[in-house]
Design a protein around this ligand. Structure first.
Ligand code: SF4
Ligand code: SF4
Length: 367
C-alpha cells in the first residue's frame, strides 16, 4: 500500500469559524483524487470536526465507492468512556455513522498515562480484540501521546496489538515534551509497525522560518517545504503509513506528487532535516498543534489554540500591545485572562503543554 494516509481531522470548511461546517463538495474531489492516484488509507475518529468527520467520510467516501476501494481507520474515544459497556455503544454508533460495515483498523484513541487507566477500567483492549475476533475490525492498535516508558509498559501489557500510531516529525524527534525518537525506538523494540500522525505538526512545518526554508530549498528547490516533513516520517524503518491532515485540494496535490512514487531521504538529507528541526525549535514559543482537544471542556470557552497561534506569530514579528485579531476572538470566546486554572485543558493536551501558564503570557501580551 502507498505510504500516505488521508487524515480527516482538518477537512476544508465552508465557514472557517465553524469546524462542523465541512465543505463536502471539495472533500469529495479530494477523495476522488486520492483514490484515483492509487492511495487507500483513510483515517478518521469520533471527535474530529466535533463528530462530523465520520459522517462526512460516509457521504464523501463510503456512499460513493465500493468497500474494497479504500481502507478505513477510526478510533474508540477513550476520553468519553465511563464504563465497559460504553465501548460497544460507541463502536456501534461509529459503524452507523460511517456506514462502513467494518473497520480495517480500529484504535484505542489517544493513550496517555491517565487515559490508559480509563482504557483498563473500561476493558478497551479486550473490547477491540473481541471486535477483531468477530471480524468487525481487521487490525487493532492504539494512538499514543506520552513517554517512551509508558509506551513500553502498554506494549508489554498488550503484545496483541498489530500496530501503534505515534506523533513523529522532524521537529519533535528530539523535543523533550514529545520524545518522538524515544517512542519510535520503543515501538520498534516491540516489533510493531508504526502509523505516523502529525508529520507536519499541525501545519507548523509548512510555514517554517526563512533560514530553514533556505536550508531545505538548497537540497532541492523543486520539493515543497511540507514534502520534507512527510518524507522524513515515511523514510523511517517500520513506518507503514504517514497520515497527513490535508485541508484542500492543493495540499493533496502536493502530498500526492511526492508520495506516488516515494523515494526515501538519503542519510545526508535526514541529517539536514533534523538540523532544520533544531533550528525551528529555538523559534517556537508555544508548540501547540491546534488539535483542539483542550477546547470542548473549557468552562470559560477560551479559544486556546487560536490565542497560542497569535502569540507565536507575535514572537516572530516582535510586536506588542493590542491586537485586532485577538480582540475579535475575545468578543465571542473567553479572554486568556478568564482562565480559572481548573486544569481540564491540560489533562487533554497530547503535547503536555502548560496551557494555564501560557494563557497568562498571552493575557499579558494581548490584554
Ligand atoms: S484551566 Fe483555564 S483554559 Fe484550561 S479548561 Fe480551565 S478555564 Fe479553560
Ligand atoms: S493546547 Fe494542546 S490540546 Fe490544545 S490545541 Fe494546542 S496542542 Fe491541542
Amino acid at each position: 500500500m502507498k505510504k500516505l494516509g488521508f487524515g480527516t481531522m482538518r477537512l476544508p470548511l465552508n465557514d472557517p469559524k465553524n469546524v462542523k461546517d465541512i465543505d463536502v463538495a471539495q472533500t469529495e474531489k479530494m477523495f476522488d483524487l486520492f483514490l484515483d492516484s492509487g492511495f487507500e488509507y483513510v483515517d478518521t475518529a469520533y471527535p474530529y470536526h466535533e463528530g462530523e468527520s465520520e459522517r462526512v467520510v460516509r457521504k464523501a467516501l463510503v456512499e460513493r465507492y465500493p468497500r474494497h476501494a479504500y481502507k478505513l481507520a477510526t478510533k474508540l474515544p477513550t476520553f468519553n468512556l465511563k464504563e465497559p459497556e460504553d465501548c460497544e455503544r460507541f463502536f456501534n454508533e461509529q459503524l452507523e455513522k460511517t456506514g462502513a460495515g467494518y473497520f480495517d483498523y480500529y484504535l484505542v484513541h489517544c493513550l496517555t498515562t491517565d487515559l490508559y487507566e480509563v482504557a483498563k477500567k473500561c476493558r478497551a483492549f479486550e473490547f477491540v480484540s473481541r471486535m477483531k475476533e468477530e471480524g468487525k475490525v481487521k487490525e487493532i492498535g492504539f494512538s499514543f501521546h506520552d513517554t517512551p516508558e509508558k509506551l513500553d509498559e502498554i506494549l508489554t501489557d498488550h503484545p496483541e496489538v498489530d500496530f501503534v500510531q505515534l506523533q513523529i516529525n522532524y521537529l519533535d524527534w528530539e523535543a523533550p515534551n514529545v520524545q518522538s525518537r524515544g517512542c519510535y525506538e520503543v515501538a520498534r523494540k516491540h516489533g510493531k509497525e508504526i502509523v505516523v500522525m502529525e508529520p507536519i505538526k499541525g501545519g507548523s512545518l509548512v510555514n517554517v522560518p526563512e533560514n530553514v526554508k533556505e536550508l531545505l530549498n538548497k537540497m532541492d528547490p523543486s520539493m515543497s517545504i511540507a514534502s520534507w516533513a512527510i518524507r522524513f516520517a515515511a523514510s523511517l524503518d517500520g513506518v507503514r503509513m504517514v497520515l497527513s491532515g490535508m485541508s484542500d485540494l492543493a495540499q493533496m496535490e502536493d502530498n500526492l506528487s511526492y508520495m506516488k512514487d516515494f523515494r526515501p531521504l538519503t542519510d545526508d538529507e535526514m541529517k539536514t532535516v533534523l538540523h532544520a528541526g533544531d533550528m525551528i525549535r529555538k523559534t517556537i514559543a508555544i508548540p501547540c498543534t491546534a488539535c483542539e482537544y483542550c477546547v470542548a471542556g473549557c468552562p470559560q470557552h477560551i479559544c486556546i489554540p487560536d490565542y497560542f497561534k497569535l502569540y507565536n506569530e507575535r514572537q516572530q514579528t516582535l510586536s506588542h500591545g493590542k491586537s485586532k485579531a485577538y480582540d475579535e476572538l475575545a468578543k465571542t470566546h473567553g479572554k486568556a485572562s478568564d482562565c480559572i486554572g481548573c486544569g481540564q485543558c491540560e489533562s487533554m493536551c497530547p503535547q503536555h503543554l502548560p496551557i494555564i501558564e501560557n494563557l497568562k503570557k498571552a493575557a499579558e501580551s494581548f490584554e
